[in-house]
Write a protein that binds this ligand. Structure first.
Ligand SMILES: Cc1cc2nc3c(=O)[nH]c(=O)nc-3n(C[C@H](O)[C@H](O)[C@H](O)COP(=O)(O)OP(=O)(O)OC[C@H]3O[C@@H](n4cnc5c(N)ncnc54)[C@H](O)[C@@H]3O)c2cc1C
Length: 295
């Protein structure tokens, strides 16, 4: 049973922000509601005022900026929009594939990318890949706008840098370079993933010139594996390099214990999905697997 609440339908982001500031902790942003309404139903929190931001014009747009070579994703675009968008499928097929595997079709139809990131649940799939892709989030309040790298948006367990009166309006994802490959691999037994790794690998003349490797679902927030990245740089752009660093991933990843999996088992899962993600990203960067960015 839900306690009573009022749904407000602001017509602009600024109006929504002003309302959030006015109602303070009694108010929350309401997008798809797939997380928020469960929290309220379970009486873990109650917000007498919900700001429904879905009707604000333009907040669900998906636009490719050809000049800047960036994809700009409106925060209320739902997972299904991303999964089906020709722009996302063409420019970031790994993201389209990830989105197609989030939850089930009912959740994907209602749940938004912005709600997923702002809720900062540790098992978020998009947060892991968007960190590896070096995405930027645009937060707007009535008092001003700021951009935050995805890598510093989530600060802890279900905690972000977002201020109460700020609305996440869009996520900007740079298109990976032509000599880069992108891959995301996860292991999932429960409702959400147990371990995931995203890899973006750049290859120059047969050698790994750059790597961004991010582990998700195993700790409280997505974590960049900087030691693994250093190890990868300079290795040959061959699948064997993924095997070379696999044990290092297992040892570097920070694991937060959970009820179902032991820490050593979780580390082993991170090792496996990490090896697979890096191998796939290398294949895509070298054009061995259906084009450089194939999902
Ligand atoms: C059964 C189930 C399975 C799932 N499986 C997966 C999975 O496999 N992988 C995965 O990644 N996720 C999974 N999810 C999570 C799902 O992706 C999220 O529930 C969904 O994307 C949240 O979006 P929403 O629009 O419903 O958020 P809401 O519930 O509306 O909001 C969530 C939180 O974010 C805040 N918020 C929402 N939008 C904004 C905004 N634009 N600006 C500021 N604050 C905002 C709200 O105030 C609230 O605190 C699953 C969820 C369920 C219920």
């Amino acid at each position: 049973m839900l306690d009573r609440f009022t749904i407000h339908q602001p017509q602009s982001v600024e109006e929504a922000s002003e309302m959030l500031a006015r109602f303070g902790p009694d108010a929350a942003v309401y997008a798809g509601g797939t997380e928020l309404l469960i929290v309220m139903k379970e009486r873990l929190a109650h917000f007498p005022h919900l700001m429904d931001i879905k009707r604000i014009p333009g907040l669900n747009a998906l636009v490719y900026d050809a000049e800047r070579r960036e994809l700009v994703i409106g925060a209320v675009a739902c997972h299904r929009d991303l999964e089906r968008s020709p722009e996302v499928r063409d420019r970031l097929p790994a993201l389209a594939a990830l989105e197609a595997a989030v939850a089930n079709v009912r959740v994907r139809n209602a749940g938004t990318i912005g709600g997923n990131l702002c809720f900062a649940e540790p098992h978020s799939d998009p947060a892991t890949l968007l960190t590896a892709l070096d995405a930027r989030l645009t937060l707007v309040a009535a008092t001003g706008t700021r951009q935050i790298p995805m890598a510093s948006f989530i600060t802890g367990l279900m905690e972000t840098v977002r201020r109460h009166d700020e609305i996440l309006v869009s996520i900007t994802v740079p298109e990976p370079a032509a000599n880069s490959g992108v891959a995301y691999e996860r292991f999932k037994l429960h409702e959400r993933p147990t371990a995931a790794v995203a890899a973006v690998i750049t290859v120059v003349e047969g050698t790994i010139a750059d790597a961004r490797i991010v582990a998700g679902s195993v700790g409280v927030r997505p974590q960049r594996l900087l030691g693994t990245e250093v190890m990868l740089r300079g290795l040959p752009a061959m699948e064997t390099s993924a095997v070379t660093v696999a044990d290092f991933i297992r040892d570097e990843v920070e694991v937060t214990g959970n009820l179902f999996e032991s820490d050593p088992y979780t580390r082993q899962l991170a090792r496996t999905v990490g090896r697979r993600a890096i191998a796939a990203a290398i294949r895509r960067a070298t054009g061995e697997e259906g084009g450089r960015l194939a999902a």
